[in-house]
Design a protein around this ligand. Sequence first.
Ligand code: GLN
Length: 484
Amino acid sequence: MFNSSLYQLGGALRAKKISSVELTQLYLERITALNPELNAYITLNPEISLAQAREADARIASGNAAALTGIPVAQKDIFCAKGWRTTCGSKMLHNFISPYDAHVIAQFNQAGAVNLGKTNMDEFAMGSSNETSYFGPVKNPWDKARVPGGSSGGTAAAVAARLCAAATGTDTGGSIRQPAALCGISGLKPTYGVCSRYGMIAFASSLDQAGPMGRSAEDLALMMNVMAGFDERDSTSLQRDKEDYARNLSKPLHGLRIGLPKEFFAEGLGSDVALAIEAAIAEYKKLGATIVDISLPNSKLSVPVYYVLAPAEASSNLSRFDGVRYGYRAPEYTDLADMYEKSRAQGFGAEVKRRIMIGTYVLSHGYYDAYYLQAQKIRRLIAQDFTEAYKQCDVIMGPTSPSTAFKLGEKGDDPVQMYLSDIYTIAVNLAGLPGMSIPCGFGDNNMPVGLQIIGNYFDEARMLNVAHQYQLATDWHSRAPQVL
Ligand code: GLN
């Protein structure tokens, strides 16, 4: 059961080979056994999960089941879910019970999926290792001395360790793709605006995007069918016709043009990662693809640009957590100003404070033109590089992350080293493009390597096709860590 695809699980549920209650219980037992060590979940609520499972069973019995009805899916703890504690990995929200559902959560509810629990994450999605979570680090199921990546590290670990059938993540600069790569699973960040941000706690609003994480591209397609869709409560949600993300899965890849940006294979890339990526490209050639050498000349500026723009937006978004309107309030203070200061000083962790300070600095009078405006201009240049590249190729490929999973604590004192984990993923967010990561082998220390596939705007169905055909020809995606 734990290795079944979403299609297979849906089939088994509809054929009454297993009930949703039984399936949910199996997962909850596995979580009870493994989560104390992995720390992939922050909050479980078996009562709500099993009530949803009972409802799903009734819906299946009535013959009205949809593709995901009755399937236990975990939700990153950045999504507000009614009746669930929703912490965003922060002390600031450590006891916040959401009174409403995020749009993405509502879509899963409508599909009849079971919410299995809220997964651990870096505080306010700021991080690449899950070590900034107020609830403690997540361990990588492939080697518990290593990080799972971040910020969707709890989701990635839960999917890899079979603690859920699939799960959600969010990606502002790489937070779906990098942890997917480090945990040996598949993950997709859609085109900006495809999934509603309503009820998804904001980090950097012009970059944040929700997406699915799962064990195969086929599973991601089914998840996308539920998650994507227009929502008038998010002003950046795109009004487009509903599409079936699984519609292209079985297409052959003959004639596919794969662009390889020279900047993604330069200094800084681990040689073990490079080898696995080269082998994956060779496999794609066998599947009928042709290779085009391309250049993304401005992509080297993406990390510095991101670390101006994302903190700027974060400093504004996080100003609502003042202990009055939202969030933790310090127990003792002298006056109003002191209450704000103490609440924010005690409620936020070190990385979040660092971002708020950078963001406030780059937006302040006198620095705005020098940093924020310049960064916006370079953001445009980075996006234009992709537009040029897509004149010559259909998809772009390269590594997701420069290295495999590093040791817990290894980069804790060196924020810049940590920020460089996202060197290949951030440009995609700055351009608003869709990107995904799929497992393509193992590097040093037997840790998984992720292949990044970047598509043109709204080309998710093609990317899923490209990933699925590779997964039909290889079995990296079905390897599982020994966790028991
Ligand atoms: N690691 C990046 C950061 O720390 C990206 C995080 C994300 O995508 N949410 O900001």
